[in-house]
Ligand binder design. Structure first.
Ligand SMILES: NC(=O)c1ccc[n+]([C@@H]2O[C@H](COP(=O)([O-])OP(=O)(O)OC[C@H]3O[C@@H](n4cnc5c(N)ncnc54)[C@H](OP(=O)(O)O)[C@@H]3O)[C@@H](O)[C@H]2O)c1
Length: 374
């Protein structure tokens, strides 16, 4: 009797952290207790926040009890999940769409199928799957979701790429294809070129024969960073201070003036992107890393007729085109397999979550994308 009461108590705790993945206890605690002997997930460790606020203050790592695996459910043992800037923004409460609190962090990742409900036909234990469409709650050791929520990916690529393929590479792919029509030989310009989106833009553009002009922050070791981006296919890489000249176009050399620019940063860095654009060009803003507004000169509108657009993957995901997202993800992972798409990541054991968080928050200087491994 004592042990049943303990499980029921844990059930209530799980219910309070319900976000779609740990749901058995919330739906029917009594039933869940009865099912303990049948199809239950293992207990899970999860990164949770009970209120929005500064991530390093509101986040806790806690143990969650097993949950029921219903007949169409798949229980997945997570292998890897990144800390993306938007994850931070959701926890801070500044992202326009965020899960209700209390919530489990993380929005993408990859895991291995551990066990299945009796009606699951398309997946087997050992398969690798990613949540598709994206959904919150990937920063935990076991996730239970319906079969339809998972997309099977092949196991012949490093797990960290499967874990990170959706939020950033898919954004890069869509932004290159969904705005101005680009042809081989054209050029694009972007800031935030060291971001994963930026690194993907360089490589996906190159595959299509499109040149890239890249802007990075000033930093110690910028020459090495430039070399790394050039190895990925960047044509030109400039620090922001190198572009404090009257005519940035004198730096284009033989490259055509870009018709399309991507803004990851805002502030002065966005102004530099605009300066490179040709008459009638478009700048697409997708990130605001500097937390500063985009300022556009009057003459940019009158004499250059520039257009300002925005891209948000979450909105794209709710459009008609999202039905094609799984083949697009497969295409991107195929590029990874062939060595044509790569980007820098730092793998961090889940136990060291708080170290990874500090790095992702920029508290310890500039670091590659933090990817938790389980
Ligand atoms: N709109 C969308 O649908 C969408 C989709 C995906 C990503 N995003 C956004 O795209 C941006 C990049 O995401 P990511 O995951 O690719 O990034 P990431 O790999 O985590 O890299 C962060 C990038 O931001 C730069 N950065 C950090 N703090 C900065 C600051 N104060 N000023 C200027 N630059 C700063 C870093 O430059 P250093 O290398 O110099 O540190 C690095 O290039 C984020 O804003 C993210 O929210 C938007």
């Amino acid at each position: 009797m004592g042990s049943v009461r303990l499980v029921a108590l844990k059930g209530r705790l799980a219910a309070s952290f319900f976000n779609g993945s740990l749901r058995g206890f919330q739906r029917n605690p009594t039933l869940s207790i009865r099912c303990l002997s049948s199809n239950m997930s293992p207990p899970s460790k999860a990164v949770v926040y009970e209120q929005q606020g500064p991530p390093d203050q509101v986040i806790r790592v806690i143990d969650l009890p097993p949950v029921e695996i219903r007949e169409s459910d798949v229980c997945v043992k997570m292998l890897a999940a990144p800390i993306n800037p938007s994850d931070i923004n959701r926890i801070e409460g500044v992202y326009p769409v965020r899960p209700p609190v209390p919530a489990i962090g993380g929005y993408e990742g990859v895991g291995e199928v551990q066990s299945l409900g009796s009606a699951v036909r398309g997946l087997s234990p050992g398969d690798w799957v990613i949540p598709s469409p994206l959904s919150s709650g990937t920063w935990q050791t076991y996730v239970v979701k319906e079969e339809s929520a998972w997309h099977k990916v092949s196991t012949d690529i490093p797990a960290e790429y499967a874990a990170t393929v959706t939020v950033n590479p898919l954004t890069a792919l869509r932004m290159l294809e969904d705005f101005n029509k680009l042809n081989s030989g054209d050029a694009i310009v972007q800031n935030g070129a060291t971001s994963i989106v930026g690194q993907c833009i360089i490589q996906l553009a190159r595959i299509q024969g499109i040149h890239s002009i890249n802007i990075i922050r000033d930093r110690v070791g910028s020459e090495e960073v430039k070399e790394r981006l050039k190895k990925l296919g960047a044509d030109e890489v400039y620090t922001e201070s190198q572009l404090e000249i009257k005519n940035v176009k004198s730096l284009l050399g033989g490259l055509p003036e870009p018709a399309l620019g991507f803004n990851c940063v805002g502030g002065n860095s966005a102004t530099l992107v605009l300066k490179f654009l040709r008459q009638g060009g478009t700048m697409v803003t997708y990130g605001g890393m500097a937390k500063k507004p985009v300022t556009v000169s009057t003459s940019s509108f009158i004499f250059k007729d520039l257009s300002l657009r925005g891209f948000w993957l979450q909105k794209w995901m709710s459009s008609e085109r999202a039905k094609d997202s799984r083949p697009m993800i497969d295409y991107l992972l195929d590029l990874v397999r062939r060595g044509e798409l790569k980007y820098e990541m730092e793998l961090v054991p889940f136990e060291d979550f708080h170290v990874a968080l500090d790095k992702a928050l920029g508290k310890l200087g500039s670091h590659p994308k933090q990817v938790l491994t389980f």
